[in-house]
Design a protein around this ligand. Structure first.
Ligand code: SAJ
Length: 424
């Protein structure tokens, strides 16, 4: 079992920073690297620059103990974990420029015996591309290319699958796959993760590990698209989609997810495009699911506009702006897209409510959208649009909705009416 003395994590974001904290809590000296000076300054002060339960306490502990330090520039280490963004370009193509920039930053620091693990969600082949780039930058060292075990440096891919809000727990408990570009690379990477992962460590190839991550999120996107298509079918037949799914899921081997106003976040809405880009002729269902889900915000906007057209000077209350319940993250949020489109269309007075925000997002201020508490917005509204099923909204008494027009995209108030038959 290798004794890891120092690990450097490149990218202190939603995944990189918790990974820094957990590695440092296992007695490994960790250097967190980020190009954003604000992030480096926050971590140096033991402060977390985003919301993640319990992370601030752990960061304070490992920074004050000296086990975690932060810097803008990478330093030598026994192992490097690359956890930088891999966004989509305007043309919906994978952008691995941050991965390649991190690769170039690491190259001059590498020495025999070092391990590099790419964690960023990446297109198939990115890890191999990274190793080739390193070989070009450091001809004095041998990097794995899948043809030989005789290498000086080890390179692997290991994706995370943690749920925001449960990151510290899931980083430790989740099973994890590890895909090396050589058997030794897989072994080395597995030994690194064995310092904190209590789940199973599954060894595979780098390309399989890259596709596993994309597969997990593409599967979820397809399942959500199925639910959204079912909601359209139920609207056509004036049936309750929430009841239909609840009863179908009573089948022991059926597990349909929930319809909604669209799919947000920087993962589920993004990762399927990596697969489609790699196999456009084969990834038909995955591409179709993406189209179904990305069309949902426009469908909700039209439904609201049609309702507003029947009311003089309509007031429209939009409940929820975050990309999913009980968080404050607005990234790729379909709710934000819907509120912005409604405001731009001039279909009425738009009042928004987001219990997890203390201020109005600038994009909404610019459009004259007012922010208000839920009951105040509902009281003034002719139309109530439920966009995010935050816990706070489930406490609203449906009586407050009175005779208002309700467009409930999450089924908070239009749940199943199926009755459990009391077996005599
Ligand atoms: N959504 C629905 N209906 C559902 C479930 C979700 O419309 O039944 C919507 C949500 O409202 C949200 C979007 O999909 O807008 C994404 O929600 P999510 O619950 O999938 O949350 P993420 O994106 O934070 O987490 C996912 C998780 N992936 C899987 O569950 C396969 C997480 O494990 C991943 O680590 C994460 O993506 C990621 O970072 O890849």
């Amino acid at each position: 079992m290798r004794n890891w003395k120092t690990v450097s994590v490149i990218g202190m974001g939603y995944i990189g920073l918790p990974t820094c904290a957990i590695l440092a809590s296992r007695g490994i000296s960790v250097v967190g690297v980020d190009t954003n000076q604000h992030v480096v300054d926050c971590v140096t002060r033991g402060v977390v620059h985003f919301v993640e339960p319990d992370l601030d306490g752990l960061i304070q502990k490992v920074v004050s103990s000296g086990m975690l330090s932060a810097t803008k520039f990478a330093q030598q280490a026994d192992a490097f974990i690359v956890a930088v963004p891999t966004p989509l370009t305007e043309d919906l193509e994978p952008d691995v420029s941050y991965v390649m920039a991190a690769t170039e930053q690491l190259a001059p620091l590498l020495k025999t015996g070092d391990l590099i693990v790419l964690e960023s969600t990446s297109p198939i082949g990115t890890t191999r591309q990274m190793s080739k780039r390193l070989a070009g930058l450091r001809p004095d060292l041998k990097f794995p290319d899948g043809t030989s075990e005789d290498t000086d440096v080890f390179v692997a891919y290991s994706p995370e699958r943690v749920l925001p809000g449960r990151v510290l727990t899931e980083l430790v408990q989740n099973d994890r796959c590890v895909g090396g570009l050589s058997k030794q690379s897989s072994q080395m990477a597995a030994e690194l993760y064995a310092t904190f992962v209590e789940g199973d460590l599954m060894i595979t190839s780098a390309e399989t590990a890259e596709l596993v991550k994309l597969t997990e999120n593409a599967f979820r996107d397809v399942n959500i698209a199925f639910a959204n298509e079912l909601s359209a079918i139920c609207r056509k037949h004036s049936l309750n989609v929430w009841e239909t799914i609840e009863l179908a899921n009573r089948h022991p081997r059926v597990s349909i997810l929930q319809p909604g106003p669209g799919v947000g976040g920087h993962c589920i809405a993004v990762d399927p495009h990596f697969i489609v880009h790699s196999a456009p002729d084969e990834a038909k269902l995955i591409a179709a699911a993406r189209s179904i889900n990305s069309a949902r915000p426009g469908e909700v906007v039209k439904e609201v506009q049609d309702a507003a057209a029947t009311i003089a000077d309509p007031v429209i209350a939009c409940l929820g702006l975050a990309f999913k319940p009980n968080i404050d993250d607005l990234r790729e949020s379909p709710a934000m897209e819907i509120v912005e489109q409604l405001a731009d269309s001039g279909c009425g007075r738009i009042i928004a409510c987001e219990p997890h925000l203390n201020s109005t997002p600038s994009d909404l201020t610019a459009r004259g959208v007012e922010m208000m508490d839920a009951l105040g917005a509902i009281d003034l509204a002719d139309i109530v649009v439920l966009l995010v099923d935050h816990r706070q909204f489930s406490m609203i008494n449906p009586a407050a909705l009175g005779e208002k027009k309700v467009i409930d995209t999450r089924g908070l108030w239009t749940r199943s009416t199926a009755q459990l038959h009391a077996l005599v």
